[in-house]
Design a protein around this ligand. Sequence first.
Ligand code: SF4
Length: 220
Amino acid sequence: MPLEVTIPENEVRRYMGFRGPVEGSPETDAMIKKAIASLEKDCSPRYVSKAFPVTVDGYKVEFADVVIESRALARNLAGCTECVLFAATAGPSCDMLVKRAAVTSSAYASCCQAAGAAAIEAYCDMINDKIRNEYEAKGLFARPRFSPGYGDLALAHQKDWFRLLDITKNTGVELTDSLLMVPTKSVTAVIGLSPNRLPCVKQGCEACTMASTCAFSRKG
Ligand code: SF4
């Protein structure tokens, strides 16, 4: 199944460390386009999501049978009554493409790596939009998504996401003993849902003009 979303070329360039659209040689441009075309065709994206009631008390966040101590997550979810946990993957094709490319061209492998990162981000944005729209219709408004490993939300909580969403069965993604996901282009996250609407931006608190004053900013 193809990716379902377009991989933005400017995002691929950003992941490669380029600052503008004109940086890089024509050869690099061609490799970026080739990597994007391959991934848009060969990705096999999947996701799973589930909603839970959530409570926040000080730095303590509780949903399902999980208790998380995290200042940044508590701040992000303050005022939320529900949260949606989700896991998404672009599938194994990116890792395979990078491996194959590395045999002949490290430059092309870098393009594939960056295109894969942009692919899973674009796919997560699409899921995020779906969840946001679904709950807005019910009078609940989405906060920016927040992932285990971000800020002081311990990566060890990946295990809670895997258990509550049965991620391996539902998406094929596995969690290693060192808490890394395989395929690597996979994401877990929580989206808080509040009865109060905020002017949140899709790119998250880091890109929001309110980040320095908003009481709910995940930047802390
Ligand atoms: S800083 Fe902006 S994006 Fe982040 S929670 Fe506040 S309004 Fe939403």
